[in-house]
Design a protein around this ligand. Structure first.
Ligand code: ADP
Length: 216
C-alpha cells in the first residue's frame, strides 16, 4: 500500500476475546494479564466485563446480582446491559481496530439463565440475534472446573452473590450449558482446564494469542 494513503485506509477491525466459566473457574484471574500481554504486543486494548462495562450496565449489574427478580426480567436486563455495552463500547472499539477483552459475554446468559435457571436456549437466541446484529466473539476461552474445585475456591475468595449461592444442580446445568455452546461452535472456543496452575494456563493463553495475531 502507498504509505501516503495508509492513514486513510479502513482500519482493520479489532478482535473480541471473551472469558467464560462458572463462578470460581478462574477466568477473572487472567483478564488483566491477557490485556497486558496484548498491549505488550503493541495492540490497543479495551478491558471490560459483563454484566456491566458501561455506567448504566454497572448499575444493572448491581440489580441483577443482588435483587430478587423474575427469570425473564433478569434475562432482559442482561441483554439491555449488553446492548448498551455493544453499541457504546465494544462495537466502536472493534471498528477502531482495538482488541476487546471481556470477562463474560452472551455465552454466560445461555449458561446461567438458559441452563442454570432453565429458561432454555430457544428463548435467548432471538435476543442474541437482535442485540448482537451478527457479531460474535473471535475467541472464547472457557475455563472449566468441577463443582468441588469451584466451591472450594469461592469459599476462600468472597461473599457469594445470587448466582454463587445456587445449588449444586444449578452449577452442573450451567457447566453443561457452557459445553453445549462449545459443541455448537467449536472453532470459536478454547476449553481450558481450570485446575491447571495459573502459570500453565498463561502459557496456553499466550500460545493462543500468538496464533490469533499471526492468523492476520
Ligand atoms: P472466576 O472469575 O472464574 O469466578 P476467579 O478468577 O475470581 O474466578 O478465581 C476464583 C479464586 O480461585 C480466586 O481466589 C483465585 O485466586 C483462585 N484461582 C484462580 N485460578 C486458579 C488456578 N488456576 N489455580 C488455583 N487457584 C486459582
Amino acid at each position: 500500500m502507498n504509505p501516503v494513503h495508509e492513514g486513510q485506509a479502513a482500519r482493520r477491525r479489532g478482535r473480541l476475546l471473551t472469558l467464560e466459566g462458572v463462578d470460581g473457574a478462574g477466568k477473572s484471574t487472567h483478564v488483566d494479564w491477557v490485556s497486558e500481554r496484548l498491549r505488550a504486543a503493541g495492540l490497543e486494548v479495551v478491558t471490560t466485563r459483563e454484566p456491566g462495562g458501561t455506567p448504566l450496565g454497572e448499575r444493572l449489574r448491581e440489580l441483577v446480582l443482588h435483587e430478587a427478580m423474575g427469570l425473564e426480567t433478569e434475562t432482559l436486563l442482561m441483554f439491555a446491559a449488553r446492548c448498551e455495552h455493544l453499541r457504546t463500547v465494544i462495537e466502536p472499539a472493534l471498528a477502531a481496530g482495538q482488541w476487546v477483552v471481556c470477562d463474560r459475554f452472551t455465552d454466560a446468559t445461555y449458561a446461567y439463565q438458559g441452563g442454570g435457571r432453565e429458561l432454555g436456549a430457544s428463548r435467548i437466541a432471538p435476543l442474541e440475534q437482535w442485540v448482537h446484529a451478527g457479531l460474535q466473539p473471535d475467541r472464547t476461552w472457557l475455563f472449566d472446573v468441577p463443582l468441588e474445585v469451584a466451591r472450594e475456591r469461592l469459599g476462600r475468595a468472597r461473599t457469594p452473590d445470587r448466582f454463587e449461592r445456587e445449588s449444586d444442580a444449578f452449577f452442573e446445568r450451567t457447566r453443561a450449558s457452557y459445553h453445549a455452546r462449545v459443541a455448537a461452535d467449536p472453532a470459536r472456543f478454547l476449553v481450558i482446564d481450570g485446575e491447571l496452575s495459573i502459570d500453565a494456563i498463561r502459557r496456553l493463553l499466550d500460545a493462543d494469542i500468538d496464533r490469533m495475531r499471526h492468523a492476520g
